[in-house]
Design a protein around this ligand. Structure first.
Ligand SMILES: Cc1cc2nc3c(=O)[nH]c(=O)nc-3n(C[C@H](O)[C@H](O)[C@H](O)COP(=O)(O)OP(=O)(O)OC[C@H]3O[C@@H](n4cnc5c(N)ncnc54)[C@H](O)[C@@H]3O)c2cc1C
Length: 304
């Protein structure tokens, strides 16, 4: 495509939005990013596999990310006993596979946004897409604050509940609830522990599976995946922080003490994410509008 004098409207400043903007710029296409929230997202962790690390290098942000390389993975039984397995890092080296990276999601999004701004790409916050109209040779996006913008094409990078998808492909299947909720806790400096830093620590609990990541600066995130039927989802989401803590303690009551310590010490600071997948879409583009990222193909994090 000849991108000269073309302008792309990018909806969403998560992972896909600024990544796309940086790459479009490289082939001479200008873009502007429109994000519904006040700021970029500040929750979660991202484990990057070697192919994702290669993408980060291509985007030119590898040096800007202060990442912990090669996260090792340790598995434990419910009682805290480590399950013997080969050392991942040694095995990767032997297989001559690039190392992975472990990052905070916020850090990745902020770095991508910073790079986009450095490259001269404007990012507009508090711009919630509500309508898309195609007219003659352009596309017009309207936002909830009454403003509009015009471009040659529009790319929806607006995540699993994509408004772009709803408007452009109203016949496409809605996201499907996976039956599981991800619950994360920021356990920074709250628990004294001796877990090996720069590693994933995964526990096969008696009832539920849980994981901890200890970054090399000792910042720690703990998470668990809880089964919850669709009809109980609303009830679960509206649990008070105290009741959620109780629920987590109950689910993990037969697991090792450290897990209970994480849960007790971080009450009131949970992030709850019901996990959805996007069923197969017949097409990711229509006219001047296209979908990428989770808007087009959100998968459950368990798929890997
Ligand atoms: C619990 C969990 C764990 C995960 N772990 C990993 C992992 O370890 N490694 C990995 O690679 N991936 C992981 N993923 C997946 C990864 O987070 C997603 O694939 C990735 O965030 C998708 O990026 P995206 O830009 O498409 O969407 P998002 O990152 O969701 O960004 C979408 C953006 O669009 C904005 N938006 C939404 N609606 C509108 C609107 N109407 N107007 C304007 N803006 C809008 C949102 O505010 C958001 O900023 C995980 C996902 C989950 C849920």
């Amino acid at each position: 495509m000849d991108g000269k004098n073309k302008k792309a409207i990018i909806i969403g400043c998560g992972i896909a939005g600024p990544s796309l903007a940086i790459m479009l710029k490289r082939i001479g296409i200008d873009s502007e990013i429109y994000e519904s929230e006040k700021n970029t997202s500040d929750f979660g962790i991202l484990s990057f596999t070697p192919n994702a690390v290669r993408s980060v290098k291509t985007l030119g942000i590898h040096g800007m990310l202060q990442a912990d390389p090669s996260p090792n993975v340790y598995f434990y039984k419910h009682n805290g006993k480590r399950i013997k397995m080969p050392d991942m890092i040694t095995e990767l080296k032997k297989a001559k596979v690039d190392h992975g990276m472990m990052l905070r999601r916020s850090q990745v999004i902020q770095t991508l946004s910073k790079k986009a701004i450095q490259d001269g790409i404007p990012i507009h916050f508090e711009k919630k897409l509500v309508e898309i109209l195609e007219e003659n040779n352009h596309v017009v996006a309207s936002f909830s604050d009454g403003t509009q913008t015009k471009g040659d094409f529009l790319i929806g990078c607006d995540g699993p509940f994509s408004k772009t998808r709803k408007i452009t492909m109203p016949e496409a299947s809605a996201p499907t609830y996976s039956g599981r909720i991800w619950i994360g806790l920021d356990a920074d400096n709250l628990v004294q522990h001796n877990l090996i830093p720069n590693a994933f620590h995964m526990t096969f609990g008696k009832k539920v599976y849980s994981g901890t990541i200890v970054f090399s600066d000792k910042k720690t995130v703990w998470w668990t995946n809880v089964h919850c039927s669709k009809d109980k989802l609303q009830e679960f989401k509206s649990l008070s922080p105290e009741n959620l803590t109780q629920k987590l303690l109950e689910l993990h009551k037969d697991d090792h003490e450290l897990i209970l310590e994480f849960i007790k010490s971080t009450k009131n600071r949970h992030v709850i994410i019901p996990l959805y997948v996007i069923p197969h879409l017949d097409t990711w583009n229509k006219g001047r509008v296209c979908l990428i990222g989770d808007a087009a193909h959100a998968t459950s994090p368990f798929i890997g």
